[in-house]
Structures are given as C-alpha cells and as structure tokens.
Design a protein around this ligand. Structure first.
Ligand code: ADP
Length: 254
C-alpha cells in the first residue's frame, strides 16, 4: 500500500519504518521455521511406529517369524498408537487454527470437575488411586466441553504418572478474579529442567519410557491452547518423586 509522509521523511521516521519492517520479516520467518519444525516433528513421530509395524509384518510374511497372536497384537497396538496420534493431531490442528470457536455459557467449574472426575473414576480405580474433589461452585463464562477436555487431560496424566495407591486431588476455588482449578498428584513428578517444555507439542519426559506408555505428548499443548483461548493461564509445579500440581486460572468473564 501507499505510505505517505506529511513532509519529506526525516531520518527518524525512516528508522522507525526500517525497524518495523525488520520486525515483520523476523516474525514471518519465525512463523515459517515453526511450521517447518512442526512438519519434521510429525514425520518423526509417525516414522517410529510405522517402521516397527512394517518390520514385524515383513518378518512374518517372509516366514522369518511365525505370526503368533502376540506378534499380531503388537502390530495392532502400534497401529492403535498411530490412530491416537492422528486423532490428537487433528484436534490440535483445529484448535491451533487460530479461529477456535468457543461456545461460551455461564458454567460452574465445580460441576465441570465433577463430570471429569466421574468419567475417569474407573481408570483411577483400576490403579487403586484415590481421586477426590474439594471446593465450591465457581461460575465462569466458558466453553463447558472444552474445559472438561482440559480437566480430563490433567486427570488422565495424573492417573498415568502416579503409581498404584497414590492420591489425586482436584480443587476448585475463586481467587477474587478467576475461577481456579488445580489437579494435584503424588506421583513420579517432573524434573525441574524439563518443566519449561512439557506444554510443547510431542514433548514427553524420558521419551523412550513414555513412548511405551502410549502418550503422544500433545495433550498438554491442547490444554494450554484451550485455556489461553479463554484468556486464562495454566501453570505447573512439580518435584521428582513427590508429585505434580497443575493450576488453571480462568477469568470469570472474558
Ligand atoms: P502425554 O500424552 O505424553 O501424556 P502430555 O502433553 O499430556 O502428553 O504431557 C507431556 C508430558 O508431561 C508427559 O509425557 C509426561 O512426561 C509429563 N507429565 C504430564 N503430566 C504429568 C504428571 N501429572 N506427572 C508426571 N509427569 C507428567
């Protein structure tokens, strides 16, 4: 478009413009390199399970390996993992599209947490984990389904990363400006140097171990996007061997 100056541009205006242009160029190239990194991360995540299945199947078709139910079962597990990964990627794409449509209504966070806890109770029971809620009704303007998704993600992680007989507690309160939700566990915890990365897509602590447990490392990325789309914040504190605590703040009105 046309840039017009009231008078001959002076040095300062030109400098300002140059700075603005440089800033824009940098922002665009950051965006581009993020996109490239994302593509190569996806390729990497897909390659591992794909090559595992391919080599199993190859060995079985060539008769090097007998197609035992157990081997077929492991192929099936890898395929299921791929399915979960693709479904997570689809959800992430939808949310990071920038135009995440929130269906906001006046909702009670306590009721949301109750619903999420209720849904995950069977999973917690299987591991003999106690799962409790404390707090009071707190009403906020939020997309109920999406916030349930966030809380379910935090609770599923707590269940997954807490050894049997552990304790998981959910709390709901109002800090004066925000509706607050906290999910606490006394599980394995997260090393301090890894804390800054856990909200990044595909990040799992101790990658090799967690690839087996089935996580895709996308759950917290989605949770963070949803919370931020509400104008809120998600934070974590954790200590190895002691447990983790995730806190979500959602403004009462946004
Ligand atoms: P995943 O699907 O692998 O659980 P997330 O994005 O939900 O992916 O979590 C990222 C990583 O953060 C996990 O792989 C795990 O290493 C770590 N993490 C998340 N929640 C907890 C928790 N409650 N206790 C210990 N580690 C956790």
């Amino acid at each position: 478009y046309n840039l017009r100056f009231e008078s001959a541009p002076n040095a300062r205006e030109l400098e300002d413009m140059e700075r603005a242009m440089n800033h824009l160029t940098k922002a665009l190239s950051d965006q581009e390199s993020l996109r490239k990194r994302f593509t190569s991360d996806v390729a990497h995540e897909l390659r591992t399970p794909l090559s595992a299945v391919a080599s199993y199947l190859e060995a079985m078709t060539e008769g090097l390996w007998e197609a035992t139910p157990q081997r077929l079962q492991s192929c099936h597990e890898e395929i299921k993992r791929l399915g979960i990964l693709v479904a997570d990627l689809e959800r992430l794409a939808k949310i990071e599209d920038g135009n995440l449509q929130l269906a906001k209504t006046t909702t009670d966070l306590y009721e949301i947490v109750q619903t999420a806890v209720h849904n995950l109770e069977p999973k917690a029971m299987e591991k003999e984990l106690s799962l409790s809620i404390e707090g009071t009704s707190v009403s906020v303007e939020a997309d109920r389904e999406r916030i349930i998704q966030v809380v379910m993600n935090l609770l599923s992680n707590a269940i997954q990363y807490t050894p049997p007989q552990g304790h998981i507690r959910a709390k709901v309160w109002n800090d004066g400006q925000n509706g607050m939700i906290r999910v606490e566990d006394d599980g394995i915890g997260i090393p301090e140097n890894e804390l800054p990365f856990i909200f990044e897509r595909f990040y799992r602590t101790d990658k090799s171990r967690n690839r087996k447990t089935g996580g895709t490392g996308i759950g917290l990325t989605i949770a963070k996007s949803i919370v931020e789309a509400h104008g809120g914040k998600i934070e974590v504190t954790s200590a190895v061997g002691a447990g983790s605590s995730f806190t979500v703040a959602l403004p009462e009105k946004y």
